[in-house]
Design a protein around this ligand. Structure first.
Ligand SMILES: CSC[C@H]1O[C@H](OP(=O)(O)O)[C@H](O)[C@@H]1O
Length: 349
């Protein structure tokens, strides 16, 4: 396979390395991924994360295993095990299904490797397309609020929601960003703040609980978030806290956009009610950092609920920004995310 590299992934001489996103931004540590167990552990621990990125990392690991001579049965097993590494982001399932199909062909080794390489290359193009479509919505000087991390760390390209923000910045629109820290794992405070700082984009980091009052004060002009799965009726799942932002945005008359590649659309999922929501370890919620930087812990026996995602109903969304264009309610009601049009879209390549 040809070498490939993006912000959080390196494929060099048929060896895969990932940037440990759980240690960013203080530590930039790359780790080798040579086997399925290592990648599944990394996905569970969010050492690699983001709906497109986990799909691409999984696909490229399967391709690496093919290049290292693993037999058909071992590759089939790897695909099945990786497919269930995380339940909410549908990109992973779509990618593994594409590899399953490639595995059924005569020259399956060539087909599996080519499919995995295309997923990486295509995602870079999808990010650029989303960025162009989404940036056209952004007016000069807008103050944009975003949640979690949807940038280059989460994709093979410039990102989804953060890619839109980056492109608007590159178009000299003079935007600024409110960055939700995104409890409990702080993808916003750690990863989005780091990416925006590296890009020289003006931002303010805020606690999640602050978003409401900044909206009430008229200091937020638009909300732009990513997605882990978009259902056929336009409902979508995203990092926990997204639904609250959508309710607040609607209350305050602030436009709310979700940005995702078409690989995040799940036409087989009729509505948000059918999207599986990952439940994560209690320890992620119990630990907080005190004002002096010390680690303050909730009572060790504190009972915790820790859903990693929530579902935002289509009724609260103003724009769906995909690589294929910007959609509003009329298009969604006509089934733009349904089985028929998604199949047609996939045929477009
Ligand atoms: C473009 S990434 C989409 C999505 O993935 C993130 O979840 P996680 O950090 O748990 O992988 C977040 O929900 C982003 O919006």
């Amino acid at each position: 396979m040809q070498d490939r590299e993006c912000l959080a992934l390196r494929l060099q001489s048929d060896r895969l390395q990932l940037l440990d996103q759980s240690r960013l931004p203080q530590v930039q540590d790359w780790f080798a991924v040579d086997d399925v167990d290592t990648l599944i552990e990394a996905i569970h621990a969010l050492r690699t994360r983001g709906a497109p990125m986990i799909a691409i990392a999984a696909a490229l690991l399967v391709a690496v295993r093919v290049q290292h001579g693993d037999e058909h049965a071992a590759i089939a097993d790897a695909i099945e095990r990786l497919r269930t590494a995380r339940p909410t982001a549908v990109n992973l399932m779509h990618a593994m299904d594409a590899l399953r199909a490639a595995l059924d062909g005569d020259d399956w080794r060539v087909a599996v490797v080519a499919t995995a390489e295309a997923l990486f290359d295509d995602d870079r193009a999808l990010c650029n397309a989303m960025a162009e479509h989404g940036a056209a919505l952004v007016a000069p000087g807008e103050r944009i609020l975003t949640h979690c991390n949807t940038g280059g760390l989460a994709t093979a390209g410039i990102g989804t929601a953060l890619g839109v923000i980056r492109r608007a910045h590159e178009q000299d629109k003079g935007i600024s960003v409110w960055v939700d820290e995104t409890r409990p794992l702080l993808q916003g405070g750690r990863l989005t703040a780091w990416e925006l700082g590296e890009l020289g984009i003006d931002y303010r980091l805020i606690a999640d609980s602050m978003a409401a009052s900044f909206m009430a004060a008229g200091q937020v002009d638009r909300v732009i978030v990513g997605a882990d799965r978009i259902a056929a009726n336009g409902d979508f799942a995203n990092k926990i806290g997204t639904y609250g932002l959508a309710v607040l945005a609607r209350h305050h008359g602030i436009p709310f956009a979700v940005v995702a590649p078409h690989t995040t659309v799940d036409p087989a999922c009729s509505s948000g009610d059918a999207i599986p929501i990952e439940q994560r370890d209690a320890a992620e919620v119990r630990g907080v950092t005190g004002a002096a930087g010390e680690l303050c812990w909730a009572p060790a026996n504190a009972r915790v609920a820790n859903p990693a995602f929530d579902v935002t109903p289509a009724a609260l969304i103003d724009h769906w920004v995909l690589d294929t264009g910007v959609y509003e309610h009329a298009a969604v009601a006509e089934g733009v995310f349904g089985p028929k049009t998604t199949a047609a879209r996939r045929n477009m390549g």
